[in-house]
Design a protein around this ligand. Structure first.
Ligand code: F0G
Length: 470
């Protein structure tokens, strides 16, 4: 059995968990339209829906919250956050936002015009939605290996430079407002990009006058992988590698709800003062004044402290090792997973697990529902439901990766929780042959449908259907 890392912290405050019976879970699942996103958190035992805003803050973060300056304009807490971003990420201009998608909205509005093309190392749901809302077309330029769950490539987040170059040739550099680079790549299963690759992306883009914008939500986790896997950076600190990542980009959109251990918050950072000025003009319309951007002063304090904690080697090591611990247990039991295990999640290949469930019946959504029913563990669907419909054709998108994402919040769950999750996932896997039909939509929202969609079992004899539950 793999070793679980000893946590570099001890527990000072606890939050009771509620266990449920299978009958209660069946009722909850039905009430949620078989969409784990619509479950009430009270009906969930171990919540691995996301690592976003679900992290445990440290005593230092809570203490800093008490010092929040809640002034409407010019709050001290903003200047502290600005200083932290300058120190650890190295960007000059900071525009605070309520969370990551707030930054994406402003970024997309200032840079994207109808007819533009935005290349990226795989799509992210909210990122692509904002690109498309502003008339842009997203182009996936990640390496092919990223779409193959079993492939053990150490940097599955890398950009395929030939794909990027071809796009630049095809549409012309002037219709590419920026290259969007995520570190790590969420939809690929938390896979990192290497510094060598990012350097070449930066060179290629800049040769054509195209800026590079980083999705920095999990860039610290990416920095850790670079330190482990890229020889040239082995002797450097995670903090130094993080700065190197950012140095190869012209700005960043950040969800502080991930790496920075905050429950809410985000920012947009830019090097170009003219673009920053445009962003400040928009932030007052959509988020709040340019010195709070939708956050309370105390939120900005929590993020500032969280940024410094995020690059502490023992913190980031324990975080990645805990995810690897769960991944190893599932791999040892023969579950088909995205390999190697990523930074924030263990992803089960639902298409390989449930080959008899047609893609139109959403194998990942189905498997996530079955897992919840088994033990009250809530995962996330990261497959065709998340991918949504093509805006031009209206057809469902069927990404090669049809995943159930077991997303681990930072500093929240213990080894016993991970063991329980592994036991349940393995049990459901052993019973997978019973699941030969999936789920169909009964309600499908237009935007980011995975959050609010409702489903029903496609066949009356589905093990998920009410009559089948004893
Ligand atoms: N970019 C990435 C890579 C993300 O993972 C997220 C959020 C965002 C941007 C948007 O940030 O939520 O603060 O508005 N990811 C969460 C998840 C929701 O569960 O994957 P946000």
């Amino acid at each position: 059995m793999p070793r679980h890392p000893a946590e570099p912290w001890r527990i000072k405050m606890v939050e009771p968990l509620r266990t449920t019976t299978r009958r209660q879970r069946q009722q909850a699942l039905q009430a949620a339209g078989y969409n784990i996103s619509l479950l009430r958190s009270e009906d969930v035992y171990i919540d691995l829906y996301t690592d976003s805003g679900t992290n445990a803050m440290s005593d230092r973060q809570w203490a800093a919250m008490m010092t929040g300056d809640e002034a409407y304009a010019g709050a001290r807490s903003f200047y502290r956050l600005e200083a932290a971003v300058r120190e650890y990420y190295g960007y000059e201009h900071l525009i605070p936002t309520h969370q990551g998608r707030g930054a994406e909205n402003i970024l997309s509005r200032i840079l994207i015009r109808p007819g533009h093309h935005v290349p990226g190392n795989m799509y992210f749901t909210t990122t692509r939605a904002h690109q498309e809302l502003n008339g842009g077309t997203f182009h996936d330029v990640i390496i092919d290996e990223a779409h193959d769950p079993a492939c053990e490539h150490p940097f599955k987040g890398n950009v395929d430079l030939a794909k990027l170059e071809r796009l630049i040739d095809d549409v012309g550099p002037r219709s590419i407002p920026y290259v969007c680079v995520a570190a790590t790549v969420n939809m690929a299963g938390g896979q990192p990009i290497s510094l060598a690759n990012l350097t070449r992306v930066h060179e290629l883009a800049h040769r054509h006058g195209i800026p590079v914008i980083l999705d920095a939500a999990r860039a610290v986790e990416n920095a850790w992988f670079i330190k482990q896997r890229e020889k040239a950076w082995r002797e450097h600190s995670v903090a130094a590698v993080l700065r190197e990542i950012c140095a190869r980009t012209d700005g960043a959109a950040m969800s502080a709800k991930k790496d920075s251990y905050a429950n809410i918050g985000g920012w947009l950072a830019l090097r170009d003062p003219h673009l920053a000025e445009q962003a400040r003009n928009l932030v007052v319309l959509y988020e709040g004044l340019h010195t709070y951007g939708g956050m309370a002063g105390r939120d900005m304090e929590a993020i500032s402290v969280g940024i410094a904690e995020s690059v502490q080697e023992e913190n980031i090591k324990a975080r990645i090792d805990q995810v690897a611990y769960l991944g190893q247990q599932l791999a040892d039991a023969g579950l088909p997973l995205v390999r190697p295990t990523g930074g924030h999640a263990v992803c089960i290949d639902a298409a390989a697990t449930l080959p008899r469930v047609p893609r139109e019946q959403f194998p990942a959504q189905t498997l996530a529902a079955a897992l919840y029913l088994d033990s009250g563990v809530r995962a996330a669907e990261r497959g065709a439901v998340s991918a949504g419909r093509d805006r031009a054709t209206g057809e469902n998108r069927y990404p090669r990766l049809e995943l159930v994402r077991l997303t681990i919040p930072r500093r929240v769950y213990t080894q016993s929780h991970m063991d329980l999750v592994a036991d349940s996932a393995i049990r459901v896997h052993k019973q997978r042959d019973r699941l030969d039909s999936g789920l169909v939509f009964v309600h499908e929202p237009e935007n980011l449908r995975f959050f609010q969609a409702r489903f029903a079992p496609a066949a009356p004899d589905s093990p998920l259907a009410p009559a089948q539950i004893s």
